[in-house]
Design a protein around this ligand. Structure first.
Ligand code: SF4
Length: 222
C-alpha cells in the first residue's frame, strides 16, 4: 500500500494520519513449532466433524506469523475465503489490510484466524454445534501462538470468546482477559460490518488506535 493510498484511506475514514514505524519494528521473526502447525493444519484439512465439510471447497485454517503478538479472530470463511483458502480476502479483507496498514502493520506480522474453519452455506451464522466442534482447533492455535493481545472481530467471535450475548456496542472499548493465560482481549467491528455500516468506521478507528496503543505500551509490536 503506497503512502498516498494510505492517506486517501485515512482521509476517507476522517481520521488522523499515523507516523509510519521504522523498518526495525517490521522485521519478520522466525517461525517456531513448524511441525506442530503443519500437523494441526492437516488435521483441519481432513476434518469432517460437522456438516460444513460437505459444502466447503476447502478449509480456511488461518494465516500469518507464528510468533505474532497480535491475533485477530473473525467469524467464519465467506465465499471468497472458501475459494482461496485464506481468511479475510475480498472487500472486507482489503478494508482490514487498509486498517492494518494505517497503523503500520502487515499480515505478515500478525496472525488471523476464524471461529469456524469451513464456510457456512449462504454465509449464515455458525450453528452452536459447529462452533463446539470447530473451536478446539482455534484453541490450539491460541495455545501455540500465546499472543500478547487478541482482537475479536465482530459479534460471533466476541460472543464465543467472552461467553456473552452483550452487543458489540457495549463490548468495544474495554479490555477483557481471555482464558487461563488471562490474555488481554479487545473487541471491534468486523470489516464486513463496516462495509455495510460505514457510519461506524470512526468508532472502529478509535478501537484500532486503542489496539495500537496497547501493543505499543506493552512492547508488543513485532
Ligand atoms: Fe471440521 Fe470445523 Fe470444518 Fe466443521 S467447520 S468440518 S469442525 S474444520
Amino acid at each position: 500500500m503506497t503512502n498516498n493510498t494510505q492517506q486517501q484511506f485515512l482521509q476517507a475514514m476522517g481520521i488522523p494520519i499515523w507516523v509510519e514505524r521504522s523498518p526495525a519494528q517490521t522485521e519478520h521473526l522466525p517461525t517456531q513449532n513448524n511441525q506442530i502447525w503443519t500437523e494441526l493444519k492437516q488435521r483441519v484439512a481432513n476434518c469432517q466433524a460437522c456438516q460444513l465439510h460437505c459444502t466447503r471447497t476447502q478449509t480456511v485454517f488461518g494465516v500469518g506469523n507464528h510468533n505474532a503478538n497480535l491475533l485477530l479472530i473473525g467469524e467464519a470463511p465467506g465465499a471468497q475465503e472458501d475459494l482461496k483458502g485464506e481468511p479475510f480476502v475480498g472487500r472486507a479483507g482489503q478494508l482490514l489490510d487498509n486498517i492494518l496498514s494505517a497503523i503500520g502493520f502487515s499480515r505478515e506480522q500478525i496472525y488471523i484466524a476464524n471461529i469456524l474453519k469451513c464456510r457456512p452455506p449462504s454465509n449464515r451464522d455458525p450453528a452452536p454445534d459447529e462452533v463446539n466442534q470447530c473451536t478446539p482447533f482455534l484453541l490450539q492455535q491460541i495455545e501455540l501462538l500465546q499472543p500478547k493481545l487478541i482482537v475479536s472481530l465482530g459479534r460471533i467471535s466476541a460472543h464465543y470468546l467472552l461467553n456473552t450475548t452483550t452487543s458489540i456496542a457495549q463490548l468495544r472499548g474495554r479490555v477483557f482477559n481471555y482464558g487461563a493465560q488471562q490474555t488481554p482481549l479487545l473487541v471491534t467491528y468486523h470489516p464486513a460490518y463496516l462495509l455495510r455500516n460505514p457510519i461506524d468506521k470512526r468508532k472502529a478507528w478509535e478501537d484500532w488506535q486503542k489496539i495500537w496503543n496497547y501493543l505499543h505500551e506493552h512492547n508488543a509490536i513485532n
